[in-house]
Design a protein around this ligand. Structure first.
Ligand code: PGA
Length: 236
């Protein structure tokens, strides 16, 4: 499969910056015969501005598990679909940590996203204490059991929390071992892309992207720079 390069802009960019970044990537991609697929996940309020960015694909950073209803401040999967999204991140560690999202909720969100024709990018990853104590496989294994739908098309992103936004990247050996572990625990695993995320930069992208069982990357901070994000994609 082609490598999947995903940019998670989180709660960053002014409207003009968001448009310029998307436009720059689109221009770089040209006719779309790249060796990789690229998805950008801007803040939800800018999604409508990005309706016409093919061959770049559009993703959201979260969705609600229900189709509609009295859920103030939330965004439903059918709304994202209508805006042209193909993907949606669910279960990012920042949602799990700051919004108390459980794996069961993440699974419900992923299932609803798939029902509406979106590909969920389901995030898992251990914290620093679990890594230090050697419990990382146990923690991630449990998250997989509880967060993954039993069938359907989805993407898994392994993002060790201690590597997100910290400049600390997992070693190639850590990534290789965890990605093999994840691959072994997924049904229809050959069809599931497993991304790595956590301080991916132009300088480490090549090694990460060419590690066994790494099908792409989920990039936060470095996806806010056109040059840096494009350099990461070129490493594919
Ligand atoms: P980072 O974030 O690249 O800034 O570490 C990755 C993510 O949280 O998806």
């Amino acid at each position: 499969m082609k490598k999947l390069i995903v940019g998670n802009w989180k709660m960053n960019t002014a409207r003009a910056e968001a448009k310029a970044l998307a436009q720059g990537l689109r221009t770089n991609l040209g006719s779309g015969n790249a060796a990789f697929d690229m998805v950008i996940c801007p803040p939800a309020v800018w999604l409508a501005d990005m309706a016409d960015i093919a061959p770049l694909s559009l993703g959201a950073q979260d969705c609600h598990e229900a189709d509609k209803g009295a859920f103030t401040g939330n965004i439903a999967a059918p709304m994202l679909k209508e805006l042209g999204c193909s993907h949606v991140i669910v279960g990012h560690s920042e949602r799990r940590q700051h919004h108390g999202e459980s794996s069961a909720l993440v699974k419900a969100k992923a299932e609803n996203a798939m029902r509406h024709g979106l590909v969920p990018i389901i995030c898992v990853g251990e914290g620093e204490a679990d890594r230090t104590a050697g419990r990382h496989e146990q923690v991630v294994g449990q998250q997989l059991v509880e967060s993954l739908p039993s069938s359907g098309v989805y993407v898994v992103a392994y993002e060790p929390i201690w590597a997100i936004g910290t400049g600390k990247t997992a070693t190639a050996e850590d990534v290789r071992a965890m990605h093999a572990f994840i691959r072994n625990r997924i049904d229809h695993a050959d069809k599931v892309a497993i991304l790595y995320g956590g301080s991916v930069k132009a300088g480490n992208a090549r090694e990460i992207l060419h590690t066994d069982n790494v099908d792409g990357v989920l990039v936060g901070g470095a996806s806010l720079s056109l040059e840096e994000f494009w350099a990461i994609a070129q490493a594919a």
